[in-house]
Design a protein around this ligand. Structure first.
Ligand SMILES: O=C(O)CCC(=O)C(=O)O
Ligand SMILES: [Fe+2]
Length: 342
């Protein structure tokens, strides 16, 4: 199938928003949203973690980050959040969404910041180097090749913010809408191309807005006519199908590209729920943030001391794909590694 044109992509996004508007976010009293998906320690072998991710659409990695690293990250993030306006996307250059959807999507009292590569030394030292993240991504993306960071955003969900519209994160890239479902040895084969590591910076609870997930929604089959369907309703689920996944600070809820989910309502009076979202995509796709171009002198100097995986993760190395000659290549002798001197 021909990939959609830019105009089609824009229309798709608009439809996504329209569909999201139809979702009921009313809370039904008495329903307890505390069932759990697989909760596995980071010492679990990556192939096993990946099997759970494929089967369930998401998993919890327990204590992926120790308290000392969470504390350093929070110190950096709080400083940046102090001067951030709530109810806006992480990219301050973005125009507001149509029909005043900003508050509904980004949370009326929720702050989001991107540009963490420049804003946070702890993010550079401890997140882009995290061994579990890399071991698992190597396994998840091995069907297509290398992977890189698309965007990292700190989300501080403030009291009074309502639930987000239900959505699947992979929908930001064309394979979500157009990739055919293929059977391989009797099993549905869909190479994963985008995942979101939602890392808890505070404990997340049912009351303060722990992420809600729709069990089984990663198996929805989207038909090609979805691109032309103004009544798209695949993400409309009643509230009792949305299970909140509580996390302790340092845990990570890892979402596959197709699982339907949302940030939930923060019903507390004064608690802020902190979640660091790191979206990782196949290197065959374009990331949200242009890390190699936006890295300022301090960040550039700091990443020089990081390992090769971390450098590749933020676009400072040539990318190899399972099929084809590679992407993001430097054809000069030695490639990006030699020519960038980073
Ligand atoms: O805040 C959350 O719990 C989830 C956020 C999210 O799903 C998103 O922004 O894509
Ligand atoms: Fe999401």
């Amino acid at each position: 199938m021909t990939p959609p044109s830019a105009a089609q992509c824009i229309r798709t996004t608009a439809k996504r928003v329209r569909a999201s508007q139809l979702i009921t976010t009313k809370c039904i009293p008495g329903i307890i949203h505390t069932r759990y998906f697989s909760r596995l320690p980071c010492s679990t072998p990556a192939p096993e973690l990946n099997t759970h991710l494929k089967n369930d659409g998401c998993i919890v990695l327990t204590q992926m980050f120790p308290p000392s690293q969470i504390s350093l990250l929070n110190t950096d993030f709080h400083q940046a959040l102090a001067t951030t306006t709530p109810g806006r996307p992480a990219n301050p250059n973005k125009a507001p969404l149509p029909n005043s959807l900003d508050a509904q999507t980004f949370g009326k009292n929720t702050k989001r910041i991107g540009n963490l590569i420049n804003l946070s030394p702890a993010f550079r030292d401890h997140v882009i180097t995290n061994p579990t993240l890399h071991d698992l991504c190597s396994e998840i993306f091995k069907e297509t090749g290398d992977y890189w960071l698309s965007t990292a955003q700190m989300i501080e969900l403030g009291p009074g913010s309502k639930a987000q519209p239900l959505h699947a994160d992979g929908a930001g890239w064309w394979p979500f809408w157009t990739m055919a479902d293929t059977e391989k040895e009797g099993v549905l084969w869909r190479p994963e191309y985008a995942v979101n590591f939602l890392i808890a910076m505070t404990d997340t609870t049912v009351d303060n807005g722990a992420t809600g997930v729709v069990r089984g929604s990663h198996k929805i089959r989207y038909t090609p006519d979805v691109l032309n369907n103004p009544d798209f309703d695949a993400w409309k689920f009643p509230d009792d199908r949305v299970e909140q996944v509580e996390l302790a600070a340092g845990d990570c809820l890892l979402l596959g590209s197709r699982i339907v989910h949302r940030g939930e309502e923060n019903k507390t009076v004064g608690e802020k729920r902190g979640l660091l979202s790191c979206t990782v995509v196949s290197a065959s796709l374009t990331p949200d943030e242009a890390f190699p171009l936006v890295m300022e002198a301090e960040a550039r100097e700091a990443v020089k001391g990081l390992d090769e995986r971390a450098k590749k993760f933020v676009g400072l190395r040539d990318m190899n794909m399972a099929i084809g000659e590679g992407v993001w290549q430097d054809f000069r002798i030695g490639g990006l590694k030699t020519c960038l001197v980073i």
